[in-house]
Write a protein that binds this ligand. Structure first.
Ligand SMILES: [Zn+2]
Length: 271
């Protein structure tokens, strides 16, 4: 069943009563226009597509921690120079509008880049972690799970780059255990780390009147869960996807680019 929606239907939902409680979930598609390649897409930069399910795992880190780090650092490097695009900026505007109107808004991103923060989003959950953070592998360490991280900028990668080996992997300044990237790997659970705020995402999916997916591939658990919970609790669910893919029945699909659609939506909100 194809459920296409247009600009006006989406605007009515955003500005109307259903939008009083809004949950937005973004994926790699929103950062593509900023030059960050998707994980699984068919875009030319999707260099990770071949090996991501092998290398983006805890199993790979345990086996070859140095190779795991080097693979991630390459990815971090690509994201470092990226700047927020019109979609990121419009999402931050949308959040401010919701606040001014006394309405609720939460942005959940599957992206580990920092473009939403750079654009000014504040009510933000990074459900797959963040590439500007590392963390200790020892549970209970202040820099490790359940809640701890440390800034990537504080980590010394000199020894790793000079002589990559399991021994030259960066170590926790507190307990000398190995550090790891603060990202959710494919063989890990959302409950792995409290900063992923999985419970908050579930709660908001249940009580939001409007659930909007932007640039998500619907291939990971959080999208299916939020769709199911949203629809079950009576939310209007939209997906903004230029390819017009129908992810599930009753999801209204707006086949437009987010960086073109969202600024027009935000500009049309009643002030
Ligand atoms: Zn530690």
């Amino acid at each position: 069943m194809q459920t296409a929606a247009g600009f006006q239907e989406f605007l009515d939902a955003v500005s109307g009563p259903v939008g009083e409680t809004t949950l937005v979930i973004t994926g790699a598609g929103v950062s593509l226009a900023s030059g960050i390649p998707t994980f699984r897409g068919t875009d030319p930069g999707a260099v990770w597509a071949n090996d991501v399910t092998e290398k983006g795992t805890h199993a790979f880190f345990k086996k070859e921690p140095h190779e795991s780090w080097l693979w991630y650092l390459k990815r971090f490097e690509r994201a470092r120079g990226a700047r927020p695009n019109e979609a990121h900026l419009a999402l931050a505007d949308w959040e401010r509008w919701q606040q001014q109107q006394g309405r609720e808004f939460l942005l959940v991103t599957q992206n580990v880049d920092t473009l939403h923060e750079q654009a000014g989003s504040r009510a933000l959950v990074k459900v797959h972690g963040s590439l500007d953070q590392a963390r200790c592998t020892r549970r209970g360490c202040a820099h490790g799970p359940p809640r701890g991280t440390l800034p990537m900028a504080a980590v010394d990668f000199g020894p790793l780059h000079a002589d990559p080996s399991p021994e030259s992997v960066p170590r926790c300044p507190l307990c000398r255990s190995k550090l790891r990237p603060h990202v959710l790997w494919f063989d890990e659970l959302y409950t792995e780390h409290e900063t992923y705020q999985f419970d908050l995402v579930r709660q908001r999916a249940k009580r939001s009147g409007l659930v909007v997916f932007i640039g998500t591939s619907f291939s990971v658990g959080i999208t299916a869960l939020a769709t199911e919970l949203g629809l079950k609790h009576g939310a209007q669910v939209f997906s903004i996807d230029p390819a017009g893919h129908q992810p599930a029945p009753r999801v209204q699909v707006v086949a437009e680019r987010a960086e073109e659609l969202l600024p027009r939506i935000v500009a049309s909100l009643p002030r």
